[in-house]
Design a binder for this molecule. Sequence first.
Ligand code: ATP
Ligand code: MG
Length: 582
Amino acid sequence: MTVFGTNIVKEFERLPDHKVFGQVTDVVGMLIEASGVQGSLSVGDHCDILARNDRRVCCEVIGFSNNRALMMPFGSVDGVGMGCRVEISASDPVIYPDVSWLGRVINAFGEPVDGKGPLLSGKIGYPIHNAPPLAHQRQRVGAKIDLGVRAMNAFLTCCKGQRMGIFAGSGIGKSTLLSMMARHTTAEVSVVGMIGERSREAREFIEDHLGPEGMAHSVVVVATSDESPLLRRQAAYVTMAVAEYFRDRNNDVLCLMDSITRFAMAQREISLSMGEPLASKGYTPTVFAELPRLLERAGPGAEGQGTITGLFTVLVEGDDHNEPVVDAVRGILDGHVVLDRDIAERGRFPPINVLRSLSRTMPGCNSPEENAVVNRARQLIAVYEDMAELIRLGAYRRGSDPQVDEALHYYPALEKFLAQDIADHTDLATCYQMLYKILDMDGAPASAEQPSPSAAQAPEAGSAPAAPPAATPPAATPPPPVPAGQAPAPDKSEPPKAETAEDIDDLGGSVPAEEFHDLGESVPLPVPSFQNLPEPPGPEAEPKRPDEPPADTGADAGDSAEPPTSPTPETPTGPDSDPNLV
Ligand SMILES: Nc1ncnc2c1ncn2[C@@H]1O[C@H](COP(=O)(O)OP(=O)(O)OP(=O)(O)O)[C@@H](O)[C@H]1O
Ligand SMILES: [Mg+2]
């Protein structure tokens, strides 16, 4: 029998052969108890209560107690009283998505809320509480997906069918990053679930961030924060059901959900109202059972189906990354993108902390050259971040540590690469080309999908960049010592560098790599003339710059029997007179 035939039979089987009625026996807050129907119901079924003001109040069965059904309304309980009639409306509720839903905004029942008229119903019903494909039938994650955001494409490359979480405290930029990816992605279909967010944001997201172009290949499901917890939770299920419909049509779907925390909070409200005990920090056990059931529905489909790539925002309450929901979601997903409040406060958006973020499919989906350039960039950022405080205070003295000098040289360009305007879009291949240029590395033409076999020629991660032929070191007149916090004079032996690149997106072949090394406003130190540095020394040799000042400046004080001499009396020194500090 065909799939279509099987579905019709299933639909017929769902039709009840007789109607069962019950009545309301208790109402406490949002919890309604009913008797007379409990034998015909199961958790998740829907009922209608005929309220005294002639309203039909749709409810969901959330549990059973003392031989009564416990139900919660999707709307207000106004008019519901003792003895009100309870009718079973749907067991195992379904929606009927259709390809014509693209470009539309729907609610948690799959009804249109955009004022553009009725929606066409598809032929096949999709249960909103669907199960994911069986693990052994699922395909593996596919090729890379272009998300249009440089930091994501280059440092946290995502594959089709991968599920990633965007973790951040409140107001750091989760929703904005999500909207950038929704707008710029090359995925065939986007399904966006706005779960429990502000109603203001829904319209902004649809009109400003997605725009008509993004909307054309998107379906948006909305349940705002003022709606009942049942609706907020169901909106998440409906988002998945719509994504599953397109996946079954062999589309590669990008499923974006903002936010999973609101889903967990909605489930917590539901659980608490029926008296479930607490498990961890105010969350009930059902929350932790529902999270994987929802999130596992995203991912690759079975053979012959498309994929659902999932991007879910997670609110990190109180910036505590070990908070239970954060921890649970991080464990379920295939990667985490951490947004950092410090970075946002510095004004770099999107404030992705690439060192704390991880894409679990990443090394495997990249070519060796791509892995090498990303590893190198990560190492440079890590070295810089380690020293950031000292550098900002002006307490690090250029020439003290070649690795730090190198990081100082490249960091501004990397920062600029990571910053991106909301409207900017950079494709996958261009992202890698930009990184190669920034780091002066010879990358193979970026192969977004096929790893290149020329790995052996790729520079080792963490090795020094391909330096230009070393200039002859100046023989005499070492530069005078530089007081801490003050910019040292430029190295006269080097020709001045072009540092005027206005637009980092301009990747014309003639743009020299140096043009990416624009310091920007936020880093007060100048670019050191790094190209004149010798190769990093072996363990027996101390780092020595060709333009190194005399020993009494403190540059090689570690070797000297004399304590390091500060160039100025008021220069801050470390507690242990670290030779790297002046
Ligand atoms: N890419 C960006 N460029 C410029 N400003 C940004 C960017 N991303 C975020 N912001 C700023 O940060 C603010 C908060 O962003 P956003 O609403 O995306 O945060 P959020 O983490 O989703 O917040 P919440 O936790 O409240 O949902 C924005 O109003 C905007 O001022
Ligand atoms: Mg938000």
